[in-house]
Design a protein around this ligand. Structure first.
Ligand SMILES: Cc1ncc(C[n+]2csc(CCOP(=O)(O)OP(=O)(O)O)c2C)c(N)n1
Ligand SMILES: [Mg+2]
Length: 571
């Protein structure tokens, strides 16, 4: 006989969950006791990573899943902890990242009828109606563990659902009386992945492969727009190969993963707008928003073919990007099949046409590089450093396999353009709209890839949202050094720009008041991190930068996080 909590911990490991990013409470008592007992007995259990704030826990799980493809567990306290995790859940849902969010439930037995019954004031106030309503817009599946006898079956189900494409978050609540209830081991069956695991997403139908191959061979100026194809490294290789074979220009729009090497001759930057007028065939590959229709419109007669692990976009109440055909498929598999179909019929005339089309591309690439370099050439002045120059300085320090996470918001172009990236998984960006993700994600990536340097770049707003005391506490506790670069522009440029877009000469513009600048004279973000053992730098002048970066990278080498605040031009 063992408690349900013990069967449950075994079930987590059996289903492939090795980490529990956790923030605990009175609801978890039996889990805590069984975790400690396992340690005493030398039995394997998932590694608990204690996070002082749930925002870090949920985004650590996100970062870990983004680079490994493996969803982990996040354990939080009743409705309160769930509520704190929900913003991150939104981000993971939009990135289609698997995660099992678990919350304990207040005991339902009031008078000591069952072991685990209520014994605390808070048990009365932490028992809302319909706890699942907190997460419902952001999960694919939610359930309440009804009994320990099905603990492993419920976990297998949760794991299978969260990993089947489109992948995404699932939610499970754990009543306290259920966790303590004992069950004989032989009654609690296991459910192996081979028979109960995730469904595989596959290829295009054969006629679709032929249709895309034919269209590519006939096209004069094909274009790919993609954002998250790089969640599978094999897809990055398949795209590169197909783009070279068929002479396809590839644009990453708002990338949440690197989808093509920025060294590739087929890479055409981060904005499709300039290329739409001469695009006769467009492939939308793994993308939610290919352009912003208020600013950018494709030609009426462009043929659009959409291949996506989620072409339906069922989680977007309104969507509205027209295409001539839409197919759900795994882009890695689909692009390889299209490649084979093209190769099997391509003749010398086709290869010559492609060579011809690509002849000017190295020059175009050189022009783009020169333009981006010129943007970064000027360092700026004291307390008005140029964000592009700052990002270029950081970029020069990184190796190809290091990981950059972009939360630059209005300075995202600087992050995208100035930091060279070539390897799959060496760049991640936000997919959702909840700020404060990149620090937690960086910790999760570092846990998964201890030998890579992990850098995240955020604004001052993002720093506040990240729950920084929790970020650097976790970094220190678990030996996960990350580099944080804060582009401090004194507030929320995004909010100011949004007001000006809609009210270009309204009251806010006239008064120069956007409720977006931080009042207060002392803002020393790096000091927050220093309080938890990180190294801090505040760079106000260009000539301070290289020495500050030296000290940051030395801190990372010694196992400490580093925060470099760059005082860029203020809003
Ligand atoms: C959790 C959350 N709250 C509010 C917002 C709205 N919001 C979007 S951008 C932004 C400003 C971000 O400031 P910062 O990170 O400094 O970047 P900047 O706009 O200055 O480039 C805000 C408040 C949001 N996206 N997420
Ligand atoms: Mg800012």
């Amino acid at each position: 006989m063992h408690t349900t909590a013990r069967h449950f911990l075994e079930g987590l490991l059996e289903s492939g969950i090795e980490h529990l990013f956790s923030n605990l409470g009175t609801d978890h008592v039996t889990l805590v006791d069984e975790l400690a007992q396992a340690q005493l007995d030398g039995r394997a259990v998932p590694q608990v990573v204690l996070c002082p704030h749930e925002n870090v826990a949920i985004h650590m799980a996100g970062g870990y899943a983004a680079v490994t493809g493996r969803g982990q567990g996040v354990l939080v306290h009743v409705d309160a902890g769930t509520a704190n995790a929900v913003m991150g859940l939104h981000n993971l849902m939009r990135a289609r990242l698997p995660v099992l969010l678990m919350a304990g439930k207040s005991p339902f037995s009031l008078h000591g009828e069952l072991p685990g019954a209520r014994d605390n004031y808070v048990h009365y106030v932490q028992d809302p109606f319909d706890i699942g309503s907190l997460v419902r817009p952001y999960v694919k599946w939610e359930y309440n563990l009804p009994s320990g006898v099905v603990a492993k079956e419920v976990l297998r189900r949760a794991h299978t659902v969260m990993h089947s494409e489109p992948a995404g978050p699932v939610y499970l609540t754990l009543p306290r009386e259920t966790l303590i209830e004992p069950w004989p081991t032989e009654r609690v069956r296991s459910y192996p992945a081979e028979r109960f695991g995730p469904a595989q997403q596959g290829n295009l139908p054969p006629e679709a492969v032929q249709q895309v191959a034919r269209a590519l061979m006939q096209a004069h100026n094909p274009l790919v727009i993609t954002s998250y194809l790089g969640r599978k490294p094999e897809a990055v290789q398949a795209l590169e190969a197909l783009a070279r074979l068929c002479g396809i220009r590839v644009v990453e729009f708002s990338p949440s993963w690197l989808c093509i090497s920025r060294e590739s001759p087929c890479f055409f930057g981060f904005d499709p707008t300039p290329f739409l007028p001469d695009t006769d065939l467009g492939l939308l590959l793994d993308i939610d928003v290919p352009w912003l229709p208020h600013a950018t419109q494709p030609r009426e007669d462009t043929q659009w073919l959409h291949i996506d692990m989620d072409p339906i976009k069922k989680d977007f109440p309104m969507w509205g990007f027209a295409s001539d055909a839409r197919w759900p498929a795994d882009c890695a598999v689909a692009l390889r099949a299209i490649h084979e179909a093209v190769e099997s019929v391509a003749d010398e005339a086709f290869h010559a046409r492609v060579r011809d089309r690509m002849r000017s591309w190295p020059d175009l690439q050189a022009q783009r590089r020169a333009k981006w370099a010129s943007v970064a050439a000027e360092a700026g002045s004291t307390d008005a450093l140029n964000p592009a120059w700052v990002c270029a300085a950081v970029g020069r320090r990184l190796a190809p396999e290091d990981v950059v996470i972009n939360e630059g918001i209005r300075n995202s172009p600087a992050v995208l353009q100035q930091i060279p990236r070539s390897q799959p998984m060496s760049f991640l960006g936000g997919a959702g709209g909840g700020l404060g993700y990149s620090a937690g994600m960086a910790l999760g990536v570092k846990l998964a890839r201890p030998n890579s340097c992990v850098v995240h770049i955020e604004g001052d707003g993002g720093f506040h949202f990240s729950t920084p005391s929790s970020v650097y506490a976790v970094s220190q506790s678990y030996g996960l050094p990350i580099l944080t670069v804060v582009l401090d522009n004194g507030g929320w440029q995004a909010v100011k720009e949004a007001v000006l877009r809609v009210h270009p000469s309204g009251g806010a513009a006239q008064a120069n008041q956007f409720y977006a600048r931080w009042p207060g004279e002392v803002r020393r973000y790096e000091k927050v991190a220093e309080a938890f053992g990180a190294h801090g730098e505040w760079v106000r002048r260009a000539d301070e930068m290289e020495a500050a970066l030296d000290r940051c990278f030395a801190a990372l080498q010694s196992g400490r996080s580093a925060v470099l605040v760059a005082s860029v031009a203020k809003i």
